[in-house]
Design a protein around this ligand. Structure first.
Ligand SMILES: CC(=O)N[C@@H](CCC[C@H](N)C(=O)O)C(=O)O
Length: 373
């Protein structure tokens, strides 16, 4: 697939971002592309809004998996692209349009020039939430074509085009979503003493929560609590009866998530007393860390060197990825692909350089060829 075709696919996908498990148009689009290159070596299965594609190898000894995620984010795009999202308040702000395009580009080449082993392409829904990797992994469809090893990539806005990056061991953090609902008593803005103001309670909770990181954890055990969304009240002159915080917890150590949750719940009980309110927490989706197997990273680095793609050693990051749940059961690794965007992941102006599409295809194909030897 040449650069123009890759660019066209990426732009078409960019225009139809959908949230987790709602990737209906995306699934239809990707299936149509696969159908257009299908031969009798290719089999397709659908799982919910995801897709599995198996390409028969020439003399298969094993199955190699390559996974790409499919969903977008509830973000209103603020780029000036002429191929902007056509869906209100939805954006491919995490590069999954790139990931799917690269998978299709690799697939086209593997169909025309099969490798020895079977290859399974996994188009996985709901990476941003509520998590598609684990239920997909557990599905009959996946288990029937379960790969012996697998890998995936993620775009990296801060890395130059032509560069890839990974590391042995921990690459991405453990995550837990965080939804906290406050219920007090609303009333007139002029009579705070007759109310229980949940804007004040929730604001104070956001600030206090940060002290769990600085005072309850070992300083050498890094963690993050971020509140990305806060809602309360209806109008400027009424006190809010309810408030809601939506956020996420990130830790480098799987056990630390439990410590944070325990402390959070103690803090909640204290706030219930001091603010005379009820507080409920829901932890939503939890992803296990992405832990790369060292031997695969060694092979990947060697393959990149042989293919004139610059390999850089990565640091562990506080980003999460439900691919960690797949790697927990199947050996493999994940790597970052440099796309040189002035704006980062989850930014409304994310602008990955499309020259990275060809590098992505080359890095995946050369890795498949190494793994099949
Ligand atoms: C690569 C990336 O950005 N992944 C997401 C995964 C989100 C998981 C979940 N919704 C959460 O926020 O905990 C990320 O935000 O790191």
């Amino acid at each position: 697939m040449d650069k123009t075709e890759l660019q066209e696919i990426r732009r078409e996908l960019h225009q139809i971002p959908e949230l987790g498990f709602q990737e209906f148009k995306t699934q239809q689009y990707v299936v149509k592309k696969i159908e257009s290159m299908k031969t009798d070596r290719v089999s397709i299965k659908l799982w919910r809004t995801g897709i599995l594609v198996k390409i028969d190898g020439l003399s298969p000894g094993k199955t190699i998996g390559f996974r790409s995620d499919m969903d977008g984010l509830p973000i209103t795009e603020a780029t000036d692209f002429d191929f902007q999202s056509t869906h209100d308040a939805r954006m491919h702000a995490c590069g999954h349009d790139f990931h799917m395009t690269i998978a299709l580009g690799v697939m086209k080449q593997i169909i025309t020039e099969p490798i020895n082993d079977d290859v399974v392409f996994i188009f996985q829904p709901a990476e941003e939430g509520p998590g598609g990797a684990l239920p997909m992994l557990q599905s009959d469809e996946f288990q029937q074509w379960k790969p012996d090893c697998l890998f995936a990539l993620h775009i990296a806005p801060e890395l130059p085009v032509g560069t890839v990056s990974s590391r042995k061991g921990l690459l991405f953090a453990n995550t837990s979503e965080l939804f906290i609902d406050f219920k007090g008593l609303g009333g007139h803005a002029a009579y705070p003493h007759l109310t229980r103001d949940m804007t004040v309670a929730a604001s104070s909770f956001v600030v206090q929560m940060q002290q769990i990181i600085s005072r309850s954890l070992n300083p050498l055990d890094s963690a993050v609590i971020t509140v990305g969304k806060m809602e309360s009240g209806f109008v400027q002159n009424a006190i809010a009866e309810t408030a809601r915080l939506e956020g996420t917890i990130r830790t480098l150590n799987p056990e630390t998530i439990g410590i944070i949750k325990e402390k959070l719940e103690k803090l909640m009980r204290g706030f219930e007393i001091s603010h005379d309110c009820r507080i409920k927490v829901d932890y939503g989706a939890n992803y296990y860390q992405v832990y790369n197997q060292g031997n695969y990273v060694d092979l990947f680095q060697k393959t990149m060197d042989e293919n004139d793609i610059t390999y850089k050693e990565a640091n562990a990051a506080m980003t999460g990825e439900d691919f960690g749940d797949m790697l927990r059961e199947i050996p493999g690794f994940m790597f970052w692909l440099g796309v040189d965007s002035p704006y980062g992941l989850h930014h409304a102006k994310l602008n990955p350089n499309e020259d990275a599409l060809e590098i992505g295809v080359k890095s995946v194909i050369s890795t498949l060829k190494t793994l099949t030897k």
